[in-house]
Design a binder for this molecule. Structure first.
Ligand code: AMP
Length: 401
């Protein structure tokens, strides 16, 4: 992919406007998970080693274009200092005099965090006047917020048209991983898709059957496909009104040589609760009062056999009701198989979107995949085959620094 990275840029004494995703979870004023902050550190370190003056732009919550104190980023500099190991100053507005005077104090390697960019309505509207005010603050735009790249906002898209631009280290890693998984993957490619419903993932499924060799379906959504094929699914979660859509996806898969793999057996319960009594129901043998909550052992073996043949695996959505034990078994077992194949160098594995990260963390193997994307909405839009405005703007050759 043709985007500028930090490696080739001369940033000595340049003011870098770095867009980061610092929309961290907060409880009682304390950050409960620093993952998003930690993931930006390689970019911060690279910019420091290049002698840049770093101005961090970020959003926090949904203040809807107004300066609402509860969405202020003023609490964050001490946390950034701890996680990044450098002093971080704060500007109480992201444009104008206060931002300018704080930035003027920076020496090479110093960091200043700007107040929530969404305090100005121009941010989400990508208003050219607001983009201009932001651009006036710096020399180079570095975008490290893949998770916001599906939004054409001033600080995620607009700036790339006014300043020389590059992807930060996190954005670079994310784009390389996604490229290796779907745009130019090693074949055969398997997509594993689970989750509750097909209605929320129609575009994802339509895109995947055109680009992969196997579409392995699990979770609630597999029931809709089984129902569409006339297979009895008992009382399982099913979107009966989506049967036509499921058949269309199957037809598209056939036309593109993609095999759709449905469960051979499921774990069936009569009560939807943790540790509910359960039994294995073979496909088509589910009783009217039974509900499928996980894939069964034969399905796990069949998936394992397919994965042994593959070079690339893409995963979105749990294969069962992973929040209720032991119905996380199918997801965990398949996750362990993918992790082992990744560790042995046989496959490239990329996962992300919605509950997927939580499900794979629950399986205890999240670190063993090639790449796990924490960018929920942006990851799903990419799976749908959509062009992400924040990424497209970085590809524009005229803006290479
Ligand atoms: P999604 O956000 O679409 O990826 O869906 C994730 C949700 O699907 C999780 O909360 C799972 O509990 C749920 N899910 C997975 N498999 C099933 C199933 N067989 N029946 C009902 N819900 C399921």
């Amino acid at each position: 992919m043709n985007f500028q990275t930090l490696d080739t840029l001369d940033l000595k004494d340049k003011i870098v406007l770095l867009r980061a995703d610092l929309n961290v979870p907060v409880k009682d004023g304390a950050v409960t998970d620093t993952t998003r902050i930690d993931r930006v550190k390689p970019t911060i370190d690279a910019l420091i080693s290049k002698g840049a003056k770093i101005v961090v732009m970020a959003h926090f919550g949904r203040p809807k274009g107004e300066a609402k104190p509860e969405f202020s980023l003023s609490f964050l500099p001490p946390v950034l200092e701890t996680q990044w190991g450098r002093p971080v100053s704060f500007a109480s507005d992201c444009i104008g005099e206060n931002a300018q005077s704080e930035i003027a104090k920076l020496n090479a390697g110093d960091i200043c965090l700007l107040e929530n960019v969404r305090f100005h309505p121009g941010e989400e509207k990508n208003d050219p006047a607001f983009v201009k005010e932001l651009a006036a603050l710096g020399d180079v735009f570095v975008n490290d917020a893949f998770s916001a790249a599906h939004r054409a906002h001033a600080s995620t898209e607009g700036l790339a048209h006014l300043l020389p631009s590059a992807a930060g280290k996190l954005m670079e890693a994310e784009l390389n991983a996604l490229n290796a998984a779907l745009e130019s993957p090693q074949k055969p490619v398997a997509a594993i898709v689970g989750g509750a419903k097909i209605s929320t993932k129609l575009s994802v499924l339509n895109n995947l059957v055109q680009k992969t060799d196997f579409l392995i379906l699990g979770g609630g959504m597999a029931n809709t496909f089984m129902h569409a094929c006339g297979i009895a699914i008992g009382n399982s979660l099913c979107e009966k009104d989506m049967a036509g859509e499921a058949r269309t996806i199957e037809q598209t898969a056939k036309e593109h040589g993609c095999d759709i793999i449905l469960p051979l057996d499921q774990i069936a319960v009569r009560e939807f609760k943790e540790n509910a009594p359960h039994e294995i129901a073979m496909s088509g043998e589910m009783k009217a009062d039974q509900e499928g909550v996980d894939i069964g052992p034969q399905t796990i073996s069949a998936i394992s056999e397919i994965l042994q043949e593959c070079k690339t695996v893409l995963w979105n959505g749990p294969l069962g009701v992973f929040e209720m034990k032991p119905f996380d078994t199918g997801t965990n077992e398949v996750a362990r198989i993918v992790a082992a194949l990744t560790k042995s160098g046989q496959i490239t594995s990329v996962a992300g979107g919605g509950d997927t990260v939580a499900a794979l963390e629950n399986a205890g193997i999240a670190n063993d995949f090639t790449y796990i994307s924490t960018a929920g909405g942006a990851f799903l839009e990419w799976l749908e085959g959509k062009k992400l405005p924040g990424v497209a703007a970085l590809m524009s050759p005229s803006k290479a620094a």
